[in-house]
Structure formats: C-alpha cells, structure tokens
Design a protein around this ligand. Structure first.
Ligand SMILES: [Zn+2]
Ligand SMILES: [Zn+2]
Length: 247
C-alpha cells in the first residue's frame, strides 16, 4: 500500500500545506490512503502563542475533502504533542471527537528545549536521556496509536551520534509499545533535511523487530506541498502494510 499517516495542513499553525493541494498530489502520486494529523499542542506557552484549534471545523474540512475525493481514503488524525504533560486536558478534547488515528510525540524537553526545531548544537547527554525518558512516560501513561518521530532532535545533525547509553530506555519504550500495540512511525522527514537516516534509525528499527515489534506507520511529517512524497521511494517496502491492516 502507498500511504502516509503524518501530514499537517491548514489547521496546524506551522504548516503551509493546503488540504486540497495535498489530496490532488496524493491522487496524482497514486496513494491509497493518507492521514491528515494536525497538531494538538497544549503546553501553556503553546496555547498562549497559538490558541486552541477548532477540532469540529477541522473534522468538517476533512469530511469535505473525503466527500469530494472518494478515490482516495483520507483519515482524520491528530498529533498530540507532549501528551504525557497535558494528559487530562488532551484526553478530554480527544474523547469528544472520534479520530481515525492518534499520534503521540515529544517536542519539548523538561528544560523547554524544542527538539523539533534546528538547534545551535547537539543535545547534551543529559538532554538526550531526558528526551527518551519523556518518550517512555508518553508510551507508558497515554493511550494513542502511533509513536511519532522517535529521535526527531537528530534531523538537523550533520552525523549519526553514538547514543548506546540510551539503548536501555529505548528497549523499555519498545517493550511498552509492543504490549500496548502502539505502532512505530517510520518517519522519512529527516531524509529531506540531509540527515541520511530514518527516524528512528535502522539500528533501532532492527531492535524493535528483534523484540517482536510488528506494527509500523509511515510518516513524512509534511508541512509544505514539496515535502509530501519527497523521498517516499527511499522507505523500504517492508513497511508498506500499515498497522491498521495488521491483525
Ligand atoms: Zn511532531
Ligand atoms: Zn508532525
């Protein structure tokens, strides 16, 4: 199947991608299914900067796109940023609306470093450990479908760092995901930024598989029309069955 389950459009404040352009390109590029997964960012500084998105307006927009384009399956999704830190609030919003797919992701460290933005220097060892511990909190304490962009802070790194010291935490993340049937996102966004690896890297994908992990979800994390489908052909075909279609 050709699919992409991590895409941001008009309802994400940092996206310039128009839903109708996305759908036209997805049809032209022969996608079977896409998920629009707008940001739901609820940390206090995010709420004061961008406010709360209208989930009902967003749902209506996706329903219209689907009605206008029956030849493509369009899922109504959401990416909850830092869910473990805003759990009750996020849950109350998400429970009111039925999403087809919910992504969970870590964007901020305890020291409020935004790991999804270009950084002046690589994370310190302590920050790297804090990043994975937050991902562990997220998968342990929250209910969602896909862990998005694990390792996102490295996408602007000029090299692949040696981080064997976090492997025990990554193992705990994967074993929790396997128990709770949370899928692992194969995020190919780093490829368009010049980081020659997927997130997570092959070594970590191998570890997940060796532990019995079988649920995958491909995501571009597109925020512009040119991001969508860019480098898709570099994603190994072994991930072409999305978790929703695995028994
Ligand atoms: Zn994200
Ligand atoms: Zn995203």
């Amino acid at each position: 199947m050709k699919y992409d389950y991590h895409i941001h459009t008009e309802f994400s404040p940092d996206s310039r991608l128009i839903g109708s352009d996305l759908v036209a390109k997805a049809i032209a590029c022969n996608y079977d299914e896409i998920a629009i997964t707008e940001h739901l960012d609820l940390l206090p500084h995010e709420l004061s900067a961008c406010g709360l998105p209208s989930l009902t307006r967003y749902r209506a927009a996706v329903s219209k796109l689907q009605a206008d384009n029956p030849q493509l399956r369009i899922l109504f999704g959401i990416e909850i940023g830092d869910y473990h830190r805003v759990k009750d609030f996020a849950k109350s919003l998400v429970n009111e609306i039925e999403f087809d797919i919910v992504l969970g992701s870590v964007h901020f460290l305890p020291d409020n470093t935004n790991v999804a933005m270009p950084m002046p220097k690589p994370l310190s060892r302590e920050q790297t450990i804090a990043y994975y511990n937050y991902n562990l909190d997220l998968v342990r304490n929250c209910e969602f479908d896909v862990l998005a962009h694990l390792g996102v802070y490295k996408r602007y790194y000029p090299y692949v760092p040696d981080e064997s010291y976090v492997l025990p935490i990554i193992k705990d993340i994967f074993s929790t995901m396997i128990d709770k049937r949370i899928a692992l996102e194969i995020n190919f966004g780093p490829l368009r930024r010049g980081y020659a690896n997927l997130h997570p890297e092959n070594e970590h994908i191998k570890l997940y598989k060796s532990m019995g992990g079988k649920l995958f979800s491909i995501g571009s994390d597109a925020h512009e029309i040119d991001h969508f489908d860019d480098h898709y052909s570099s994603v190994p075909t072994e991930f072409s069955t999305p978790f929703r279609y695995m028994i």
